[in-house]
Design a protein around this ligand. Structure first.
Ligand SMILES: NC(=O)c1ccc[n+]([C@@H]2O[C@H](COP(=O)([O-])OP(=O)(O)OC[C@H]3O[C@@H](n4cnc5c(N)ncnc54)[C@H](OP(=O)(O)O)[C@@H]3O)[C@@H](O)[C@H]2O)c1
Length: 288
């Protein structure tokens, strides 16, 4: 039976990955920061020498984008050293790694969707630490797939959809930036795609972009959220990102081109508006 080590099993994506494998004949072992610190090389190698997984799915990360500006070492420890430790162990025991990365490896200066071959140039410490993790994995000699995704939301984590819903219940207006463009992506769709990749695995070492289809701005995303979740008594107001100065710079454009994963694995995630409606019904809101 296929053995899978799921790292970051308590995170927003990790929880959905665990559920996505429910119908698959495999043994999953869950790891989070409480039972395995991936920044500690010895603990990682001890854990995997015992379990001997066929696959390591790495959903663990330091994901506080603004926090990483002041907590560089913490971000590096998880997003770079942690990935290197997983990769070194994977090489030792012959496991294949499926590693999650981000659209924030790009600087947003392009105005066409980013392909896997486009030049990277992160604008913030989080993006830089994630990029170093990608590079450590590629260099390690371990077998890998890197999945770059973007603007994630799901039931089990802090995210933009839940933030807008909470604000809409208490405020008459919400200001949202209208000059940053990307693809909102439902964690359940990424999780299911990961299970499909493992089932169809072609064993090649590749980076893939994987987001829900289509794109939007944060403002238009917020407008759709209040519409789908019936919070239309709250008005969403478009503003420029200059109005919301935050510790970390974000790319103005981080739309990812998903055609490579469609070509290699026949995987194509549904349009982002459909995914948002599915999220709404999954978490128990009535939609007309
Ligand atoms: N969120 C987004 O919008 C977004 C966008 C693009 C890409 N991504 C990428 O997608 C992946 C999943 O993100 P997410 O939002 O689901 O993350 P998340 O909810 O913040 O979860 C992070 C997970 O990492 C674990 N973790 C943190 N430090 C650890 C350590 N030292 N050792 C072991 N485990 C550790 C946490 O465990 P504890 O619960 O025990 O702390 C948790 O399970 C990440 O690679 C992220 O970079 C996210």
């Amino acid at each position: 039976m296929l053995k899978i080590a799921l790292i970051g099993s308590t995170g927003m994506l990790g929880i959905d990955v665990n559920s996505a494998f429910k119908g698959v004949n495999c043994l999953i072992k869950n790891y989070n920061s409480k039972n395995l610190d991936i920044a500690d090389a010895r603990s990682v190698s001890e854990a995997f020498n015992v379990f001997q997984p066929d696959y390591i799915i790495n959903c663990a990360a330091y994901t506080n984008v603004d926090g990483a500006e002041t907590e560089k070492e913490k971000a590096e420890a998880v997003n770079n050293t942690g990935v290197k430790n997983l990769a070194d162990s994977a090489l030792n025991i012959g496991s294949r790694i499926i590693h999650l990365s981000t659209d924030y490896v790009f600087d947003g200066s392009k105005n066409l969707p980013y392909t896997e071959d486009d030049a990277v140039n992160p604008l913030n410490e989080y993006g830089l630490s994630k990029l170093r993790g990608e590079e450590a994995l590629k260099k390690s000699g371990a077998s890998y797939i890197i999945l770059r995704t973007s603007w994630l939301y799901g039931k089990n984590g802090k995210n933009f959809v839940n933030t807008i819903l909470k604000a809409a219940d208490t405020k008459k207006t919400i200001e949202v930036v209208d000059d940053q463009f990307g693809s909102p992506t439902y964690t359940k769709d990424v999780a299911y795609a990961i299970s499909e990749i493992i089932i169809k695995d072609n064993s090649k070492n590749e980076i893939y972009h994987l987001t829900n289809h289509g794109n939007t701005s944060w403002y238009k995303f917020a407008v759709e959220i209040v519409k789908v979740f019936k919070r239309t008594n709250c008005e969403i107001i478009p503003v420029s990102s200059d109005k919301f100065l935050r510790p970390a710079n974000r790319p103005a454009y981080s739309i990812l081109d998903n055609s490579k994963i469609k070509e290699d694995y026949n995987i194509e995630l549904r349009p982002w508006k459909d995914a948002l409606k599915k999220y709404c019904s999954d978490i128990g809101y009535f939609i007309i």
